[in-house]
Design a protein around this ligand. Structure first.
Ligand code: COA
Length: 138
């Protein structure tokens, strides 16, 4: 089941997943996403097993800036359920997201959902370009 995240989910979201960011900066990111209705959680038996963050700040297009599925729950369509909901909430005709060039699982996931490469941005992460993908929704 996927639903909008609420503030009481924050600690459960922080508990899953590792991140390059500190807990404090990640907490701020998630709080702001929840405040603007842009954070989704996937639940399995009431337990948060994944989340996604989406906004419309990217050239006024829907942009999924973050998705994370707890490792033990991967390849069980949790990511697919989160992306289904992002796509259905997207207000633009085309939805965007991105992945590091080194992130082959995310690229496999996006290609399986018929996302296409829209461009590459260098100099975000050292030596690991950011690949931007998109998909026409309607
Ligand atoms: C990428 C990610 C979100 C996928 O979530 P998931 O719940 O495992 O994905 P699903 O089970 O919905 O996968 C759907 C399809 O995507 C493709 N896919 C998913 N993971 C894949 C992988 N590791 N390699 C290749 N293809 C993959 C497959 O076609 C899969 O269907 P199948 O399992 O029937 O073969 C998950 O691996 C993850 O959280 N990774 C770490 C966080 C991350 O890198 N986020 C992206 C940057 S923000």
């Amino acid at each position: 089941m996927v639903r909008l995240a609420v503030h009481s989910d924050i600690n459960r979201i922080l508990r899953i997943g590792s991140s390059a960011e500190s807990d404090e900066s990640k907490r701020g990111l998630i709080e702001r996403a929840i405040d603007r209705g842009g954070c989704l959680v996937a639940l399995d038996d009431e337990i948060v097993v994944g989340y996604a963050i989406m906004n419309h700040d990217f050239f006024d297009r829907g942009f999924v800036s973050l998705i994370y599925v707890e490792p033990a729950h991967r390849r069980r369509k949790v990511g697919s359920s989160l992306f289904d909901e992002c796509e259905s909430q997207c207000k633009s005709d085309r939805i965007f997201t991105s992945a590091n060039k080194s992130n082959l699982p995310m690229q496999g996931f996006l290609v399986s959902r018929e996302y296409v490469l829209s461009g590459t941005v260098q100099n975000l992460d050292d030596g690991d370009p950011e690949l931007f993908y998109s998909k026409e929704l309607r």
